[in-house]
Design a binder for this molecule. Structure first.
Ligand SMILES: Nc1ncnc2c1ncn2[C@@H]1O[C@H](COP(=O)(O)OP(=O)(O)OP(=O)(O)O)[C@@H](O)[C@H]1O
Ligand SMILES: [Mg+2]
Length: 176
């Protein structure tokens, strides 16, 4: 958001709300839910009250995971936290793994093994993977949305990747 101000990019097509406090996060989420159709909560980690509160107040939890074994352990901890947050709230909180930073050129062996392991264990995952593409780095570096980046084939691919992911998420939410 700071970069948008510096570069005079105007208002973003979304609002950013920062609330790093355990004692107000549920109020903040409730208010945001009243004012907006979609609320995304980006957490720093899965340990602590903040993450559990956010999970228990969510319609769907997305657990991002790079296709490496190391990330798998963190994702396992996230799924357990979400399950426990649901138990405390006496409901099931839907959760899906999102494979991110997938190599667009080759599918590595560890990637294939990971998918087989997840599917074998019945862990639900989004069928759309987020590819590793330069525009996803540029949005962070420039403070621009994908649609505001200079048009290129790579930007088109990133937009269509994101649109497919959005469609899959919408289908899951609409089916609830
Ligand atoms: N799909 C992608 N393609 C290319 N680069 C990516 C992609 N996803 C993330 N990155 C790069 O990695 C950086 C960190 O990604 P991201 O912010 O999603 O990770 P994080 O684990 O949430 O990190 P943090 O601890 O900073 O919150 C991004 O700023 C971006 O430069
Ligand atoms: Mg982050």
């Amino acid at each position: 958001m700071g970069k948008r101000t510096e570069e005079n990019l105007g208002d973003a097509p979304f609002k950013v709300i920062s609330d790093p406090s355990d004692s107000t996060i549920l109020d903040t989420l409730e208010e945001a839910g009243d004012d907006h159709d979609l609320v995304f909560v980006d957490l720093e980690g899965v340990a602590g009250l903040m993450a559990s509160y956010a999970a228990s107040a969510s319609d769907l939890c997305i657990v991002p995971m790079r296709p490496s074994a190391l990330d798998g352990d963190a994702a396992g901890a996230a799924l357990k936290m979400i399950r426990d947050a649901g138990r405390a709230a006496r409901r099931t909180v839907p959760a899906r793994i999102l494979i991110t930073q997938t190599d667009a050129a080759i599918v590595t062996k560890s990637h294939k093994e990971l998918l087989a392991e997840l599917d074998g264990a019945g862990v639900e995952r989004l069928q759309t993977e987020l590819m590793r593409r330069a525009p996803f780095e540029r949005v962070m570096a420039e403070g621009r949305t994908l649609f505001e980046l200079q048009d290129s084939q790579s930007v088109k691919s990133a937009i269509s990747n994101t649109a497919r992911l959005g469609k899959e998420l919408a289908e899951i939410l609409e089916a609830q």
